[in-house]
Ligand binder design. Structure first.
Ligand code: 2ND
Ligand code: ZN
Length: 359
């Protein structure tokens, strides 16, 4: 097999379903925005700040990992700041060869100044549109959809779900809940999920990251999630065997129903959900043909990119273009945009590019 270079991975089209807007700022942008609003940072040197985020997030605990977001959320409290962060996000993803991305953030965390929830969403969606246009000028095609997240410890999920539906024809393609998982089960937000189902809207739920099977079970069987944010602990329902592993009822259901797993390898190693990339359950889940997708989660906190996550998997599991194409098509099939629009990206962008790479 011909070795795959990092540059070739960057050029190959990739699809990303799980990326947090407030987890992907450029360190230099944080420094500039913090100076404007007088927010104190651990350091004002962009290089050192980038390293600080990765080290601070490298904690082995989801709760401590989440504390680092105080510094990004603090500088995302005005329309121009939100717009800039979203614009740069679209540009950075496009430059990394991402052709389709769903980027999420929690509007309720951006109300510290005088913005309304609707203004927050409008600023972010406008930033994605600007970034997409600038990327096209630079020769990179990307489509960015917005997911609105409600924080699972708070009590605004119904309001955020209604906000998402209100903006569904203006760039918002889905809904999510995030934040500390232990102690905050998805069923706390059942009203919001039932509302979204009645609206024929799409949602994913962070589940099975820091907490195991009960959270995944609730997300799927009580709340009706279309996809699982992480979902990596589904391996706890798989028993290794000498010949073939045995799937429990929940794992079998997730695989049979082709429920997409938004796996985030580097993030999982940082929060302790996986011991290392080489030991990450993605290897087993792919072998068992779950609908696995590869994601960044928080590019800033993990010092990563979509290409880097793919490259880490190539290195750890010996994957080639065939597997990278499979991950990419899995993600595109699982996207929240309409079926015909997904097909166009699969047939006209992804397949032709990988056909050349596969030779
Ligand atoms: O991996 C994660 N698990 C749970 N919550 C997360 C994760 N990454 C980011 N978040 C939280 C922190 C952000 O402020 C929020 C919205 O993007 O989502
Ligand atoms: Zn996440």
């Amino acid at each position: 097999m011909v070795a795959i270079s990092y540059e070739d991975i960057v050029k190959a089209p990739k699809a990303l379903l799980h990326d947090h807007l407030d987890g992907g700022l450029r360190p230099a942008t944080i420094v500039e925005l913090a100076a404007e609003v007088g927010h104190e940072l651990p350091t004002t040197d962009p290089g050192a700040l980038g390293r600080w985020f990765v080290e601070a997030a490298d904690s082995g605990s989801l709760e401590r990992y989440l504390e680092t977001f105080a510094h990004t959320v603090a500088v995302m409290q005005t329309a121009p700041a939100l717009r800039r962060v979203a614009r740069e996000c679209a540009q950075d993803l496009a430059a990394d060869g991402v052709v389709y991305a769903e980027v999420r953030f929690a509007p309720e965390q951006h109300l510290e100044r005088d913005l309304t929830l609707d203004e927050v969403v409008e600023a972010v969606v406008a930033g994605f549109a600007e970034g997409t246009a600038l990327a096209a000028d630079a020769g990179h095609q990307i489509r960015v959809g917005t997911l609105l997240t409600a924080m699972r410890h708070a009590a605004r999920s119904q309001e955020i779900a209604e906000l998402a539906v209100r903006h569904r024809d203006a760039g918002v393609v889905g809904f999510d809940i995030a934040g500390a998982e232990a102690g905050f089960p998805p069923t706390r937000h059942l009203d919001a999920f039932e509302y979204l189902q009645r609206e024929n809207f799409h949602f994913t739920i962070h589940a099975g990251e820091a907490f195991g099977l009960p959270s995944i079970w609730q997300a799927i069987q009580w709340c009706g999630a279309d996809r699982l944010g992480h979902g990596v602990r589904i391996v706890d329902d798989i028993t290794p065997g000498d010949d073939r592993p045995t799937l429990g009822r929940l794992a079998a259901y997730v695989r049979d129903k082709r429920i997409p797993l938004e796996l985030c390898p580097s993030s999982n190693v940082q929060t302790g959900a996986a011991a290392s990339i080489a030991e990450h359950p993605i290897g087993l889940l792919r072998d068992l043909r779950f609908r696995v997708t590869v994601n960044t989660d928080n590019r800033l906190m993990s010092g990563t990119s979509m290409s880097r996550e793919m490259a880490l998997l190539v290195e750890a599991f010996g994957y080639g273009w065939k597997e990278l194409q499979w991950f990419t098509i899995n993600a595109m099939k699982s996207a929240f945009i309409p079926f015909d629009e997904r097909l166009v990206i699969i047939d006209e962008v992804i397949k032709p590019a990988y056909a050349k790479l596969l030779g």
